[in-house]
Design a protein around this ligand. Structure first.
Ligand SMILES: Nc1nc2c(ncn2[C@@H]2O[C@H](COP(=O)(O)OP(=O)(O)OP(=O)(O)O)[C@@H](O)[C@H]2O)c(=O)[nH]1
Ligand SMILES: [Mg+2]
Length: 531
């Protein structure tokens, strides 16, 4: 496996021109390999060291998108060119989307051979998908990461083995399979402890590397991070993942020194851990400042309180396709897991003139590592600041109910359960029996759409408006004639129920977002005086 080359001695060089990562033999006091990257060996190296080198703050996005025949401003967390520091394999969205499927096929064929291992444990909460389906999803993840899956196995256990996660018989079985199939990486479907990783690597022997679902997801995120903030978040999550696993380094030193300098190795690990901790805290600070910048930028853009609606859902449910369809945006949408990492916001203008902002977010997945949820908390704040969550469900997926449960679980972790939610069943065109699906949706009061064909989108927008009304405040105000813009704002972001021309202005009864209701407070008092 290619390894991370993290240079604990190099100071964070904020404005330094990033140099391409070099494959160099690890020098004990300068570089050490951290054995979690899944990049195929040849020429695919990614480095945390270079992740730190570019600290320029992301530039503001702007653009024009046409909606319903009109041209309006786009509010965008602009996808910028990928930071050169992330990975030599990372590519920006344009590159990713322009890459032909045959190219990807070639790269997969040339990818590292991987073997998958799952465990089903009695009474485990995490097993709602069933072991075979969970392994299928793991294979999709491996494929997304560019690996070539050559085999898989699973074991049903009463309890996990604390040393090797699976039983010793299974370890022996996998060992012969990986040697027969010339496997380079064995991927476990659940998070392994550092000790289990080490013991399994020892047991399989040779060059066989062991990693878990978390490392695989981190690797995909690393490849896909296209903005500075996403790159920072991913590298923070990677460092946090690596910290307890630095004990791996001990094995490495032990091997190099023939087991003679145990004391030396231990000392070095302590030093390395301390340095990694320092880097983690520097990264957190940098992330905070990028985040503040984004917040200011967002606040500036959102000076008029247009309600924000966030699309949430399982990865591959069709969130980006829906955003593209409704707003004419060109967010990468493809049949791959975690196509989207960075939030993108666009304005949706309804036929009746009212507007809302629609934000596309990173997809969720079952067994989402807590470190990753925590690292992406800042990005996911978009969600916590929205007036409405639209939970996009791929209703054609055989495990749609399990996916719904997994999404609800993450939303609970994010503490956003109080935000009103609208569930939509997407990909209804792909289901075996769309008529029955629609009937069931109607019975449950759920909107059925096809983001691909555009079916049900008018109904969807109306439902969004209705739901948004729940989050708005009813107001009655007299808007003076000289404050025509304010009346426009009420029409644009609120829902007007009645207007009447009065001597001193326009009387309006409407539901408006809370910030606008605050602006209208003095005018509301005027109504009281009139009545
Ligand atoms: N048949 C059909 N396919 C759809 C529909 N909506 C989306 N898709 C396809 O589903 C795949 C995933 O769509 P995306 O929009 O990338 O999904 P996403 O939810 O943004 O996925 P992530 O960014 O990975 O979380 C793409 O191949 C889309 O073309 C639909 O209504 N019908
Ligand atoms: Mg997406």
């Amino acid at each position: 496996m290619a390894t991370f080359f993290f240079n604990p001695t190099s100071p964070p060089a904020k404005s330094a021109t990033p140099s391409p990562p070099r494959f160099a033999p690890p020098h004990l006091h300068q570089f050490f390999p951290i054995n979690i990257s899944l990049s195929p060996r040849k020429g695919r190296i990614r480095g945390i060291r270079v992740l730190k080198e570019s600290a320029e703050v992301e530039t503001e996005g702007s653009g024009e998108v046409g909606v319903n025949g009109s041209t309006i401003d786009a509010v965008s967390e602009a996808p910028v060119s990928p930071p050169p520091r992330v990975s030599i394999r990372s590519k920006n969205r344009a590159e990713a989307s322009s890459e032909s499927s045959s190219d990807r096929f070639k790269s997969r064929n040339g990818g590292e051979k991987a073997y998958l291992v799952g465990v089903e444990c009695k009474g485990s909460e995490d097993d709602s998908f069933g072991i075979e389906d969970s392994l299928k999803e793991l294979a999709q993840l491996a494929d997304t990461a560019g690996l070539l899956v050559v085999g898989s196995t699973y074991q049903k256990l009463a309890s996990r083995n604390p040393r090797t996660y699976i039983g010793s018989g299974k370890v022996a079985e996998i060992k012969s399979a990986v040697h027969a199939l010339d496997v380079e990486t064995v991927i476990f479907d659940d998070e392994l402890s550092p000790g289990q990783l080490r013991n399994l690597e020892k047991a399989f022997g040779g060059d066989v590397r062991v990693c878990d679902r978390t490392a695989l997801i981190l690797d995909i995120f690393n490849q896909r991070a296209a903005t500075h903030e996403a790159a920072l978040q991913v590298s923070l999550a990677q460092m946090e993942y690596q910290l307890p696993r630095l004990t791996k380094m001990w094995t490495h030193l032990e091997r190099q020194s023939g087991g003679q300098v145990k004391g030396m190795g231990e000392k070095q690990i302590e030093v390395d851990k301390r340095i990694l901790r320092t880097q983690i805290s520097a990264l957190r600070k940098e992330l905070e400042s990028v985040r503040q910048h984004r917040k200011q930028y967002r606040n500036r853009r959102l000076s008029v309180p247009v309600p924000v609606v966030s699309l949430v859902g399982y990865t591959n449910a069709g969130k980006s396709t829906l955003l593209n369809r409704l707003t004419g945006a060109d967010v990468l949408a493809e049949d791959q897991l975690f196509a989207t990492l960075d939030p993108t916001t666009r304005r949706v203008q309804m036929k009746n003139g009212s507007e809302f902002l629609l934000t596309d977010t990173v997809g969720f997945i079952q067994k989402l590592p807590t470190t990753l949820v925590a690292a992406f908390r800042a990005t996911l704040e978009e969600i916590s600041e929205s007036s409405l969550l639209v939970h996009v469900v791929d209703i054609s997926h055989p495990l749609s109910q399990q996916q719904i449960d997994a999404v609800d679980k993450v939303l609970k972790e994010l503490d956003v359960e109080l935000i009103p939610k609208l569930v939509v069943w997407n990909k209804v065109d792909k289901t075996d029996d769309p008529i029955t699906v629609r009937k069931e949706a109607e019975r449950q009061g759920i909107i059925c759409i096809s983001a691909i064909t555009g079916d049900g989108l008018d109904e969807f927008c109306n439902a969004v408006q209705e739901k948004l009304k729940d989050s708005m405040v009813p107001v009655e105000a007299i808007v003076p004639y000289e404050k025509g813009e304010l009346l426009n704002d009420i029409y644009r972001v609120g829902m007007v129920e009645r207007t009447e021309y009065m001597e001193n202005g326009t009387f309006v009864r409407a539901h408006v977002p809370l910030p606008l209701a605050r602006v209208l407070t003095p005018l509301r008092q005027q109504v009281v005086a009139v009545h």
